[in-house]
Ligand binder design. Structure first.
Ligand code: IFM
Length: 433
């Protein structure tokens, strides 16, 4: 398999009608989602996946990352739904027909209600239940899947849901957030072993039956005022707990999480040691970190911003790649993208980011592929339907309608086809790098 080029999605953000999970229930509570949005039918990708994959394949993509929705597959403990399992076999068959290598995420923020209502990820028992589900998926889908992504962004998931309280279960308890990260890391380590045990079928004939990693959101975290010791300290502590400790745990097998005022977690998880065939890197932005003030994370004053007010910082992508490259495992860019409803800066930013990815590769970082977030506009969690990350626009009032292609989709297609950023691409976006 050569370099992987493609896009990424997640079930709850695109499928529609995922009514058996904790997000669906959370969205129904007043005041939880921007503009009162609910995921509802989302992109109707559940029905239209084949048409959507045809778009990706038509653009020359050779890989696609998506997630299996646990609440569909196992709506009650130990009861696996044959109709939904058949649905995901159909999804995988469609990807194969379109020559898109499936990169399958097993947990992307959503939980069946029976998990959420029995302690959720704060409970070690959830790790056991998740492992049962992973074993089922490995046996069921292993013949069609080689690339597995166990969990998506454990640190974002934990801090948003248990520390900031803006995602379910809307708690504000830093100690619980650390416990959730630790449990998700343990779940990753155990899933790594299960997937290698159970998935012995090499679906694409490259000699590897299972390649297992997890997706890590790795922002650049820098002090807002480098001369102010409290900002320096806070940026250091956040880099440690958010980035380094999470990434290193999957190499060393030691989970060591600390933030001031919370219960420290230090535990050895034997299954975690050496549990990365690749690390999935989700890179978006850089944050300037402040100890005091209403907003602890701000964009650099004067920086170019996306619609979500995230700084466009291509150099940071190179720095993040070099940083995670030091872990000594290959890197797969499992997400990178921009909220840009008018598609006015995405093309330019994409070229800059890919230019810096190439530089990181030239500096020796083993990058296996790049998956753009996202193929389609989608439900952006607590931000609802405002932010638009898609290479293809969705009409959310009529989500079954054909998707509208963006200029960025054209540009990305030409990069993918050339397998490089050539002069034509640079001219297209008016860039000389
Ligand atoms: O939409 C999310 C995705 O679910 C996880 N990574 C970041 C994306 C953009 O916020």
């Amino acid at each position: 398999m050569g370099f992987l080029w493609g896009a990424a999605t997640s079930a709850h953000q695109v499928e529609g009608d995922n009514c058996g999970n904790d997000w669906w229930r959370f969205e129904a509570l007043p005041g939880t989602i921007a503009h009162g949005d609910v995921s509802g039918p989302a992109c109707r990708h559940y029905e239209w996946f084949d048409r959507d994959f045809a778009l990706a394949a038509g653009d020359g993509h050779n890989a696609h990352r998506f997630s299996l929705e646990w609440s569909r597959i196992e709506p009650a403990r130990g009861r696996f739904d044959v109709t939904q399992v058949a649905h995901y076999h159909a999804v995988l068959a469609s990807l194969r027909r379109h020559r898109l290598a499936p990169i399958v995420t097993l947990h992307h923020f959503t939980n069946p209600l029976w998990i959420a209502d029995h302690g959720g990820w704060e409970s070690r028992e959830t790790v056991d239940r998740y492992c049962d589900y992973v074993r089922f998926c490995a046996r069921e889908f292993g013949g069609e899947v080689d690339w597995w992504c166990t969990v998506n962004e454990p640190e974002v998931y934990a801090f948003r849901g248990w520390s900031e309280g803006v995602w379910p279960p809307a708690r504000r308890d830093d100690s619980a957030a650390l416990a959730v990260i630790a449990n998700q890391l343990e779940a990753h380590g155990r899933a790594y072993r299960i997937l290698h045990e159970e998935d012995r079928i090499d679906a694409d004939g490259d000699g590897k039956a299972a390649l297992v990693g997890f997706a890590k959101h790795h922002p650049q975290l820098e002090p807002a005022r480098p001369w102010f010791p409290l900002d320096v300290l806070r940026a250091h502590l956040e880099r440690r707990v958010f980035n380094d400790a999470v990434e290193e745990a999957a190499i060393t097998g030691v989970v060591d999480l600390f933030i001031p005022g919370a219960r420290r977690i230090r535990r050895r998880v034997p299954e975690l040691a050496g549990s990365l065939d690749y690390l999935g890197l989700n890179y978006y932005t850089r944050w300037k970190v402040r100890m005091l003030g209403p907003e602890p994370h701000v964009a650099r004053p004067g920086a170019r911003l996306t619609d979500l007010r995230w700084e466009i910082h291509p150099q940071g992508f190179e720095q993040a790649l070099v940083r995670v490259g030091r872990l000594g495992v290959p890197i797969l860019v499992t997400e990178n993208g921009f909220a840009d409803a008018s598609d006015s800066f995405r093309s330019h930013a994409l070229v800059e980011y890919l230019f810096h990815m190439e530089r990181a590769m030239a500096r020796g970082v083993p990058v296996l592929g790049y998956l753009h977030w996202s193929l389609l506009d989608n439900f952006e969690w607590a931000d609802g339907y405002g932010p638009r990350f898609g290479l293809y626009r969705i009409d959310f009032a009529n989500p079954e309608r054909p998707r509208t292609r963006t200029r960025s989709a054209d540009l990305y297609a030409s990069i993918v086809r050339a397998n490089a950023i050539d002069d034509q691409v640079l001219a297209d976006v008016g860039l000389a790098l």
